[in-house]
Design a protein. Structure first.
Length: 491
């Protein structure tokens, strides 16, 4: 008799509900979109009511396809690094300040002044930043004192929905590690960090492993969502952690590359890696080093829209054809893919994009190839640091950008690694949430179930001669950024 895991992925633009059966097969999927409010240049908020409405609608849609009494558990993935203040009854006191909200730059400086950059990084695994939850909460304390005074807990997206399902306040280690307030060595809220900025630890919910059953769906939530009353709720993890699981990174090593509008490289580690942002891995006992660039696939979309006047698949096919007419190295042309500043490896909000190295023989095909190579080389600067820690020389590739067959080969040649192409490229995050749900309720024996859920279908091998060329070009690429760095601050 089939049983099912209901998994939700609360993203930036919508919630995806998926059903996976006891064999790990995807049997149903539904996306319910919602909006975010961006204003004042770098402020970004979301009404948490839209998350709940989307969960209710999408749950009903996918559960209509099965006997809902056979749902073994519900589990979540969700957007990270937010700040949602709720009162003792769990009622939101203000919109959620989401991950891309940058209003707390003043508080970021105060944070650094209070504890020092190195101490913050050593404790939390992250550099102090207005991207994370803690400085957002400090901003609310200073600018919305009545909201701060009434705040009982500070929640992430999935934690708020989990509260509405169970009536209990929890977060998991993975999501907690994206707050700038969590000690990754002890998996506890850091007294030193919170005391240093005068924030009570009681404002943060208890943090538990990502496979923890935090309760069951109560009657009122069941009536709203269609999920049977009493269904176990597995807390789940942040979207970055769930993506790692969906990419097969469930044991030491297992590097992968995610290609979306933003892109990143990550793996599983037992120890922190100097200079790399570190998250608590959803698999207890592991860490998740992860380096994210702002505009990976976003650079490709920008180029297609700006110079090919299109955004559909035909535009990308045209880019591929043009780029293939240029030889590796793009005739000496380099592209710096910094269209929204940059996170890894430079962490420079003032960084800007550039094409450098053109000459009288440069043609449009060179520009197209340089575009792909620039994104790949930027990611390689972080991946090579990670690969020094493990023997792996195979990299899983996921995300919408992984659908581009031409780009896959460039990545393989730049990395000098076999690129493993799994069956599902765009379902990794919801699949990771389902894996946590299945392991958490014992429907799945362990995390190795991901090998059945998302098997490798293709392996792309690098041309090591071309890789040798790219190794030299990556060094030149990094030197090029360094030489332009003093020029980047806006006029």
């Amino acid at each position: 008799m089939n049983q099912y895991i209901l998994a939700h992925d609360l993203g930036t633009t919508g919630n995806k509900a998926t059903l996976f059966d006891e064999k790990g097969k995807l049997v149903a999927s539904y996306v319910s979109p919602y909006a975010m409010h961006v204003f004042n240049q770098n402020w970004a908020e979301q009404d948490p009511a839209c998350w709940w409405d989307a969960v209710c609608l999408s749950s009903e849609k996918v559960l209509a396809t099965i006997d809902r009494k056979k749902v073994a558990a519900v589990s979540f993935s969700g957007q990270m690094m937010a700040c949602l203040c709720v009162d003792e009854q769990g009622k939101p006191l203000y919109n959620s300040l989401i991950y891309c909200d940058q209003r707390s730059t003043k508080q970021e400086k105060e944070f650094i002044d209070a504890l020092g950059f190195e101490k913050i990084y050593t404790i939390t695994g992250h550099r102090p930043s207005s991207s994370y939850s803690l400085t957002k909460l400090m901003w609310i304390r200073e600018n919305l004192p009545e909201v701060y005074k009434k705040t009982h807990k500070v929640l992430q997206a999935k934690d708020y929905v989990n509260f509405l399902l169970t009536g209990k306040f929890y977060t998991d280690h993975n999501d907690a590690s994206g707050t700038n307030a969590f000690d990754i060595a002890t998996n506890r809220w850091s007294d030193e960090i919170l005391n240093g900025v005068g924030i009570p630890k009681s404002l943060f919910p208890e943090a538990v492993p990502s496979t923890t059953c935090i309760g069951s769906v109560h009657r009122k939530a069941s009536q709203a969502t269609g999920i049977p009353e009493g269904t176990p709720v597995i807390i789940g993890a942040g979207d970055g952690g769930c993506s790692s699981l969906g990419a097969g990174s469930v044991s030491l090593g297992k590097p992968y590359c995610y290609l979306g509008s933003s892109s990143w490289v990550s793996m599983a580690s037992e120890n922190p890696i100097a200079g790399i942002e570190i998250w608590a891995h959803p698999v207890e006992g592991l860490l998740q080093p992860c380096s994210t660039m702002q505009t990976g696939g976003g650079s490709l979309s920008w180029f297609a829209k700006t110079f090919l006047h299109a955004t559909d698949d035909k535009a990308f096919e045209s880019m591929n054809t043009l780029a293939a007419a240029s030889k590796p190295g793009a005739n000496g042309l380099y592209f710096l893919p910094y269209l929204l500043g940059e996170r890894a490896p430079w962490w420079n909000t003032q960084a800007q994009g550039a094409f450098v190295g053109m000459n009288i023989n440069t043609n449009f095909s060179d520009y197209c190839r340089a575009l792909f190579e620039g994104v790949a080389m930027n990611l390689d600067l972080s991946l090579r640091v990670m690969l020094e820690e493990v023997p792996d020389r195979e990299v899983n590739l996921i995300g919408g950008g992984a659908l581009n067959v031409y780009f896959r080969k460039i990545l393989s040649d730049v990395y000098g690694c076999d690129m493993l192409i799994p069956q599902f490229l765009t379902e990794a995050t919801s699949m990771g949430a389902a894996l946590l749900g299945g392991v958490g309720c014992s429907l799945y024996k362990d995390f190795s179930m991901i090998e059945r859920m998302n098997p490798t279908l293709e392996t792309i091998q690098p041309d090591m001669g071309v890789h040798a060329l790219y190794q030299k070009k990556v060094e030149r690429f990094a030197a090029l950024y360094k030489s332009l760095e003093p020029w980047f601050p806006a006029e």
